[in-house]
Design a protein around this ligand. Structure first.
Ligand SMILES: [Zn+2]
Length: 295
């Protein structure tokens, strides 16, 4: 079983047909590795944009790809078909799912079908790496931050170019590669469910009366003695999280309980955290988004 680590560059372009913007893919870059993650081959093609005739200055600066470069590029579906032959049955990995969403969008636009022909099995490499990295739950780790955490120097990688980023992703993967742990991250991409899951938009829940929220989700135990603490303030909504003061009588200990609700494809995800009580937070209460009535 080989792996292919794929990275794309795209350009936001206005489509008259869609009457909206599309992330038009302008470059494919990928590296193919064997089961021990030794490099077997690389893949790099530029794609001639059909929707946005010119790429934006931002993308030009970021990628240093010019309109001249793209004139000699392939059509999107030609690039897909070449990539299909090259990647074969490999497991495809991308850093985060946004490249997959761009592929679905481009396949749908250019051939009327959102299925990605070369995607049989898929791993979100970002999710896999986050599993091993010390990161605050909920925050997504960018490729550069992951490389820094893993003490990988970004020198020598053509950053913000598809092939360079795929090679840097591979370095992160190599540092954290445990074949057995990877198993549970391999998704079957050959079914409609995969596409439903990919296109499902995670939404934060900002209403404590939401039927999926249970009272236990709003209870906090004292971080000193482990016993149930009493909430002594109203819940406040701050940056899509709910925050309240809690008090443990036994320990005479006050702390903040923070809880965040996200509705994902799999269901409600609840993330709770205890924060130390500081008087400073008291003062900060003024500019809170809104006061939330007790549920
Ligand atoms: Zn206590």
């Amino acid at each position: 079983m080989n792996f292919v680590i794929l990275d794309l560059e795209w350009n936001g372009a206005y489509s008259k047909r869609l009457k909206g913007y599309i992330n038009e893919i302008i470059e494919f870059g990928a590296v193919k590795v064997d089961p021990q993650l030794n490099i077997l081959d690389t893949f790099e093609v530029l794609i001639q944009p059909q929707v946005g005739k010119k790429i934006s200055g931002k993308i030009k600066n970021l990628t240093s790809i010019t309109n001249e470069d793209l004139k000699g590029g392939l059509r999107f579906m030609q690039a897909v078909s070449r990539f299909c032959k090259w990647s074969g049955e490999s497991v495809v990995l991308t850093w985060g799912t946004s490249d997959i969403l761009a592929l679905i969008e481009n396949c749908r636009y250019f051939c009327g079908d959102g299925h990605i022909p070369f995607l049989h099995r898929y791993v979100d490499l970002q999710a896999y790496c986050e599993h091993f990295l010390p990161c605050d739950g909920g925050q997504q780790v960018g490729l550069s931050s992951a490389a820094q955490m893993l003490k990988i120097s970004e020198d020598g990688f053509d950053h913000h170019r598809a092939l360079g980023d795929s090679l840097l992703s591979l370095r992160c993967f190599q540092k954290l590669y445990h074949p057995q742990s990877l198993e549970s991250f391999i998704q079957d991409a050959g079914c409609d469910e995969f596409y439903h899951k990919m296109e499902f938009k995670t939404v934060p829940i900002c209403d404590l009366n939401h039927p999926l929220i249970h009272s236990a989700d709003l209870a906090f135990n004292c971080d000193l003695c482990g016993r149930r603490a009493r909430r002594v303030s109203k819940w406040q909504l701050r940056n899509k999280s709910f925050l309240a003061e809690f008090f443990c009588r036994r320990c005479n200990h006050k702390f903040y309980g923070r809880v965040r609700f996200k509705l994902k494809y799999e269901g409600l995800v609840v993330k709770k955290k205890i924060l130390p009580f500081t008087e400073k937070k008291e003062e900060e209460k003024q500019p809170l988004e809104q006061k939330v009535s007790q549920s």
